[in-house]
Design a protein around this ligand. Sequence first.
Ligand SMILES: C[S@@+](CC[C@H](N)C(=O)[O-])C[C@H]1O[C@@H](n2cnc3c(N)ncnc32)[C@H](O)[C@@H]1O
Length: 181
Amino acid sequence: MTAAHCDHTPPSPWVCRFAGHVPAGGTVLDVAAGGGRHAEYFLMRGHPVVAVDRDTSALVQLAARGKWTRGALEIITADLEAGPWPLAGRRFAGVVVTNYLHRALFPALVGAVVSGGVLIYETFAVGNERFGKPSNPNFLLRPGELKDVVRGQLDVIAYEEGEVDIPRPAVIQCIAAMRRS
Ligand SMILES: C[S@@+](CC[C@H](N)C(=O)[O-])C[C@H]1O[C@@H](n2cnc3c(N)ncnc32)[C@H](O)[C@@H]1O
């Protein structure tokens, strides 16, 4: 799925719920940012944002419409599944991932959370195949998987998994987890 194919839907309620845990003014990394709904949300909350995707056409359009401080949105075009992690050595007050899963990135995503910062992750989980795509197990989290990913590194603020009806019937898993200061 390309960024152009991602609906410009409102920000995820899960992301909104935990956005306040991101330290004020800290830079947020939006991974596989797509149309930039979360990049825009955090920009509007006064956070600088780094948005990365292999298809940044929608992000470039977002930047052109931007009402926020010049330079607050950094766009990085990168294939996250080929080549090195493009944010090596950088740390973020918030790391946001929604509707995207590439398991090899888990260490980099957790490692990118600064002390006192937050990982907010929400994507599809096993069982979603009953409702349609994604149905490939490579793109579906296993039960408890996000808790396993952060265990021993980040403190879980909240975790949920199960069926949802909105914005459409799906099985999802989500976590908000903080690196202790
Ligand atoms: C379903 S969209 C989700 C977009 C956004 N996170 C959201 O929830 O609105 C998946 C995004 O992952 C991006 N993506 C898929 N494979 C990628 C890769 N190998 N490297 C970088 N981005 C990728 C797509 O371009 C697309 O923007």
